[in-house]
Design a binder for this molecule. Sequence first.
Ligand code: SF4
Ligand code: SF4
Length: 169
Amino acid sequence: MSEAASRLCRACGLCCDGSLFPNVQLQPADSAQALKALGLRVQHKKKYDFFDQPCSAFKNKCCSIYQERPVRCRAFECQQLKRLAQGETREEDALKKIEEAQSMIDVIKKLFYRLGPTNPRKPLLQQYQQIIADPINPALDKKVVEERMQLDEALSNLNEFLNQEFRCA
Ligand code: SF4
Ligand code: SF4
């Protein structure tokens, strides 16, 4: 990884903090036991080993098990890093995209705070699902209805932005 890419990742963390992905599936070359021993909360369901995000190894905006990280984490390169490597974007422009995503996430977290409680150890999407699972009476809770609509819109805008700028097709 280039130094510029490394600086971007240290300013970002979207692929580790539950913003881009709800979980990471382990691959045959990964050792679930070794990763558990390193502190990853590895689970097993329907023949798959995986761990939920936000990742328990993501500390101070860095991967605390970088040298031993799972195969998928090694292989993943978001669109910003790919564009940077191919000379299609500059570091400062990629940083602006990261900041844009983070400010969209901040808006969503503020709405979670007002509409919650939610569990911050869960991915963004699960926190949203937790909120909308709570029944409301639209006739009585007009403010809540309005804030839920704001949340729907904010989440949909974020997802569109992440698909365009970070997730890989
Ligand atoms: S989303 Fe991209 S820039 Fe952000 S931490 Fe992951 S690989 Fe790095
Ligand atoms: S193991 Fe490291 S790279 Fe992989 S999701 Fe966790 S913090 Fe990110």
